[in-house]
Design a protein. Sequence first.
Length: 415
Amino acid sequence: MMIPPGLRRPVLRARRDAGFLAAGVLPHLALIPVWSWGVAMTAETRNGPFALPTSVAVILFGVPVLTAVQRARHRALLGVFLPRPTRAPQRRWPWAAAARWLRAPRSWAQLGYHLLLGPVLAVSELLVLTALPVGLAGATCSAWAWELPVKVREEWFGDTTQLPCYTLGGLVLLCAVPWAAGAAARGESRAAMALLGPSPSQQLRERVDELDQSRTGLIEAVDAERRRIERDLHDGTQQRLVSLAVNLGLAMATQPDLPAGAREALAGAHLEAKRAIEELNDLVRGLHPAVLEDRGLDAALSGLAARAPLPVRLRVDLTERAAPAVESVAYFVVSEALTNVTKHARATRAEVTVRRVGKVLRVNITDDGLGGADARAGTGLSGLAKRVGSIDGTLQVSSPVGGPTTVTAELPCER
């Protein structure tokens, strides 16, 4: 049978919804015989003490099975995925797992869905499914009623002038069946999502965990890209600049008879090449120094303190290395803090302390400068706070006017 293109989608949708409703009648009515038998047997004195616990046990064991059936039904017939609530760690004893299942609020929500809401949904499904043959019979009654004997026709339909009314009612019912089937299917999906899936708070926790994992992956990817750029600059561009500086120096040393103007140009180019190498070294160290990856935070900070234009006392107390992202942020905090001390604090000395306290890496930078630093003023300290916050760390700045200034970063080492 060829379906017109304009009606193909509505017909296919109505057939899908009708099949979905038909497949849900038996699962929704599955527990009615069990609890009906339990209630009926409880009234008997002889079987009462045994019937009620038996029916309760059968219902409790049947709820997970029916829940799995409903998930498969929604996924296969509607394409709706009902997430499973997060399971707690498995216990050794079965009775402990059963007790934990009974204590879970979502278990009682599933029980209410199958035991109370299921029969109501089954009635609505049967009404929608019954409306289809009734509407079809009413819409075609004008055609087949004349094939019946006269007495039967008069007994069923009375006056033959009523046949068009039956036909019109059947057509209206047929037109309403697809809408009713779609509404019933959507209502069942929403009810199943609310009662058979995870609770809103659990969904929020899972979403937060997912975002936390994705953010951790993004931070690691950015850190890996930063290390790649550092390697490319160190092994490529920096080596070319060094070669250029060496060639310019050799040209001035091996060509003593050059004109004064050419020698001056070569000397200027040689000086600019050395300055470019220094700036590139500073840039590479700011991105991700190679010593940090090779030898760890202690060696990297030692080199940073040695290059500082003021005395820096460094104390690093680490028994083991932290994650690469944590080490990178700690190095960045110390580097930017010492840069701020050099540019703005007018300090004569600084002290850097790095130590592991439980699961936290604590970085402390203190100077004897003028103070007055404010992380809320949009300075480099706000960038430090964002960098520390990217790994769920905290940054505290104490900088009264007149000094001293103390910058403390606490970075979680285990997440």
